[in-house]
Design a protein around this ligand. Structure first.
Ligand SMILES: [Cu+2]
Length: 178
């Protein structure tokens, strides 16, 4: 009965006594450290790849949102137009519509209830889509009708804010006609 513990003790003793382990330990440690360094390097490379790929990702996200939103056509869209309300990449505040991407079914009109807080007209103009809505100051209801399917760019033709007129999400956007 007492043989078992004795043997295990001997085994433990021989294990601890063996000088090979302390010698191997640095080599194992260096191998582990080496592997760890390689793993770190790979993670670093992945992070670099991910961060590199994330730079154009806002556009990808926008495309995904656009793709998701293309399945949904709202019969009435409520939005505002305001001067100097949205920060631009230039650090200045710019004129902007609160909604700039519209989705319609070709040949089926939707209503746009637009509150223009400005004291001048703005517009939703897309010659390719056959759309030219003059948005007057105050709250009014407009009809958005695109007769053919397609993805069309619109802009405000009122020469309001050059930055806004040349940037999506300000005085420019997309009409998707399904
Ligand atoms: Cu405008």
């Amino acid at each position: 009965m007492g043989m078992g513990p004795d043997r295990s003790q001997e085994m433990l003793m021989t294990d601890t006594d063996s000088t090979s382990k302390p010698r191997r330990l640095p080599t194992i440690t260096t191998i582990l450290l080496g592997t760890f360094a390689v793993v770190l390097a790979l993670i670093g490379a992945d992070v670099a790849l991910i961060s590199g790929a994330q730079r154009p990702s806002p556009k990808i996200v926008n495309k995904i949102q656009l793709a998701a939103s293309t399945t949904q056509v709202s019969p009435v869209v409520y939005l505002t137009v305001s001067p100097g309300i949205k920060p631009g990449a230039d650090g200045q505040l710019h004129d902007a519509y609160s909604v700039t991407n519209f989705v319609v079914h070709a040949g089926q009109p939707i209503k746009l209830v637009i509150h223009n807080t400005d004291n001048v007209d703005h517009s939703i103009t897309s010659p390719a889509a056959g759309v030219n809505i003059l948005v007057h100051p105050g709250t009014h209801t407009y009809t958005l009708l695109v007769r053919k399917p397609g993805v069309f760019t619109w802009h405000c033709k009122m020469l309001c804010d050059p930055y806004s007129m040349s940037h999506d999400g300000y005085m420019r956007g997309t009409i998707t006609s399904l």
